[in-house]
Structures are given as structure tokens and as C-alpha cells.
Design a protein. Sequence first.
Length: 489
Amino acid sequence: PTMAHSKALLVLENFIGGKFVPCSSYIDSYNPSTGNVYCRVPDSGKEEVEAAVRAAKDAFPVWSSKSPLERSQILNKLADLIEHDLEAFAQAESKDQGKTITFARTVDIPRAVHNFRFFASSILHHVTECTEMPTMGCVHYTSRAPVGVAGLISPWNLPLYLLTWKIAPAIACGNTVVAKPSEMTSVTAWMMCKLLEKAGVPPGVVNVVFGTGAKAGEALVCHPDVPLISFTGSTLTAQRITEKSAPHCKRLSLELGGKNPAIIFDDADLSQCIPTTVRSSFANQGEICLCTSRIFVQRGIYSEFLKRFVEEAKKWKTGNPSDPTISVGALISKEHLEKVRNYVKKAQAEGARVLCGEGVDPLALPPGNQKGYFMLPTVIAEVKDESCCMQEEIFGPVTCVVAFDTEEEVIKRANGVKYGLAATVWSSNVGRVHRVAHKLQSGLVWTNCWLVRDLNLPFGGMKASGIGREGAKDSYEFFTEVKTITIKH
Ligand code: NAD
């Protein structure tokens, strides 16, 4: 492309009924690593959502009556097409979100491909239930059918990864969908739309409406012909969605925020624990719902842990996301960067110690990235449990380290937040690992590891971290309606 071309803004369009359609107004989307507007995203509202829901409704009868095998083949084809363009998708995700190219190449896009392959396979293996009642001469069995038009709303931190984690099971089960990605990270969803026809996805099966939560998102949530909403995002938005969908009695799946503890006992293998806990704190700039943000270390190893942890954290270089040697890219927006920085300031004001990162170490950025939204991995110690830094989701490269004495005490403190998404436990005592895992109020507990997922098993949070679970069986149950049929012979 010429210079003029490469500087021109990328303009996205909605994808409705198998066609790209322009919108009457647009929102600016920023490149977080430069601070420049580089893309314009449709600012859709009721009208666009209405058109998309109509297209999805029209496509439902044919799509829902296809055999699971036919749908499976289409999903596999789509996975192949995304995989074929993996590098282009990874570049786009990194530019749009600020994440490192390495993370986009090795996590985001491969997982999006895997989401389609996984549900293409798992949809072929579900078995429904059957019971007999010989004395009544009856057999009962259950049958499952797709629900209809599914509304899918996703956040900005893992854009294509989380959107496809919803689209894949929804359409595998025979539903049609209207998806609304985050207005801050819409590009890869738009790129995926370009592949749908070639994959054999019929027009109207997948519709994507771009825009803000308040306008496009809410129109989708309030639409009477959308009986189920699968949402991943913040707890605050989930409350609003719950209120707005209540008059329609919609089926909701809510995957929300976390304030995830790591519990490190004095018999932990620190050579494994320290690099993994640095990764669980700072991967994707700390912008993963599963990131560790409260580290409880048993008193006997506290000083050694802190010293080695800070040394390891300092190895994570912050800078241009397209540089493959960089571990920490840019945060999503200027507002978000300010919010995360303010937490560090509040902790300092309360008397906590910032051991490295924000306000302590210099941040050197290449000339092209001076206006980007960057922050160094930041470790804070001596924070009180009741401090906002230990209670609220920060969602940035900030982690707090505190000491504990006993198992009983640490379970109580780890559970002492409103969230309950994920936890990690580090110990070489297998009995202790089981005991602690059972007592933690957390939808996921990783012991001696982090972020190792089998998509067959349930994913989701307790307390303010969500309602419902996603996974092979759980997503199948969410995206289908079950019926019990009784036959008397
Ligand atoms: P957010 O709640 O601000 O936005 C999420 C999505 O909801 C966006 O598409 C947004 O446009 C839309 N939205 C906003 N208001 C809406 C409304 N009134 N009606 C309908 N839709 C609306 O969240 P975010 O800032 O994009 O993402 C970060 C949050 O997501 C964090 O809290 C993080 O923990 C959470 N998250 C959870 C998981 C999980 O699986 N549990 C995964 C990733 C992120």
C-alpha cells in the first residue's frame, strides 16, 4: 500500500444476513500502543440490532434442522480458514487491543481456532438421558433442541478468543446468533465475518453488530426475540443486563470479574511457583479475568519470595507490542491506564510499599510509542486486606503480596472478597492441596500451575464472578432447551 493508504482509517461495517452493511454513525477506535485513532467502528443502535435479529430469526429454521455432523463440518472449515490467516489475525488483535504480538500469536488466535474445532467435535458426542418405569409401562427420555436467536456480548481483553468461545457452541447446537463485540476491539470479529461464507455458514446464522454497550448491547439485551444472552464482562454491566432482561425472563450466562488469590505455602517449589505467578499476574498486561492479583505467602518464605518475585517481574519488558522480545504491551485505553495507576497511588497513600514498576522504575519507550498506554509490571507489598487494591478488580499489571501464618487463616482471607472466579494453590503436600481447594470459594482452582484448561470441564465463577458455567456439557446445556418425553407402551 502507498503511504496514503496505510494511513487511511480502517472502517468496519456490520455483518447482517450474510452482507456487510454500513452504519449511519461511527465511533473512533484507538491503537493503544500509539494513542492514535486508526479505525472507525459502527455505532449501531436499535435499528441495526432489529435487522440482525430478523436475519437470525429467518436463518433459524434451516440451520437448526441441519444434522450436528453438517454443522460440525462447517465449524471445522471456519477453524481452518482462521488458522490459515493466523498471522493477519494476530497482527490485527495486537494492534487493536495493545497486547503483544507473541501473546496474540500463541494464545488468542490459536485458541479461537481451537474453540471452533473443539465444539465441532464435542457436539457429536452428547448423549441424552433415558429412564424406564416398568411398573407403569413407561419409558422416559430427554431430547434437546436449540433455543433460537442467541445474543452474545464479549469484552475487550481477549476479543476473538472470548467471542468464538460463545459463537462456536451456540451455532454448533443449532442456534443462530447476534454478536456484539466490545466497541474497543472489533476488528478481528469483522475479519472473521469475511470468512463465514467461504466456510459454508449460511447467511443470517452469524450476525455481528458493532457498537457501544449502552446502545447496541442494550438493544440486544432488550430485544424480545432474543431468549438467551451469553455475556462476558464486568460485574457492573452484568447487573444492568440482569435488570434489563428480567421482564423477558431471559436465560443468562454471566462470566464476570475476579480478584484471584495465589496461596503459596512454605513447602512450595518456588522455582516453578515464581515464574508462573509472575505470568499469572502480568500476562496480557494483567488484563485477563483469571489473573492473580492477591498473593498470600507463608511467613517463613515471605522475604525470600518477595525478593525473587520482584527480580523475576523486572525481567518482563514493557514496550512496543509488535516487538517479539516484549512481554507487556499497552493497556486498552487512556482511561483504563489512569484507573490502574490510581490504584497504585491509593495503595501508596495507605502506606503500602511499591517494590517495582509504576512510579518506582523508569519506563523507556520507543519514539513511536510515547503516547501509548503503557505501564510497568507493579508489585505492591504490605497492603491491608480491606484496601481497595485487595478488594476490587484492578485488571492491569498490578499485584499485591502479603504474608500469612496458617492454612485456616489464609482460606478465610482468600475468600474475603466479593468475587470467586479463580485461585491458585502452591504446595507439595497433596493432602493440603485438596483440603484448601475444597474450601476456596472459587469456580476454578489451579494447584501448582495456572491457566491449564480442559475445555470439556466447567468454566465460570462463584459469587460476583458469575452465574452459569461454560464448557463442553455446560455450553451444550445452556444453548439448548431440554424436553422430557414419556412413552407408554
Ligand atoms: P464491560 O462489562 O465494560 O463490557 C463488556 C461488553 O458488554 C462490551 O461489549 C460492552 O460494550 C458491553 N456492554 C456494556 N454495557 C452494556 C449494557 N448496558 N448492555 C449490554 N451490553 C453492555 O467489560 P470490559 O471492560 O469490556 O471487560 C473487562 C471485564 O470483563 C473485567 O471485569 C473482566 O474480569 C471481565 N472478564 C471476565 C471473563 C470471564 O470469563 N469471567 C473473561 C474476560 C473478561
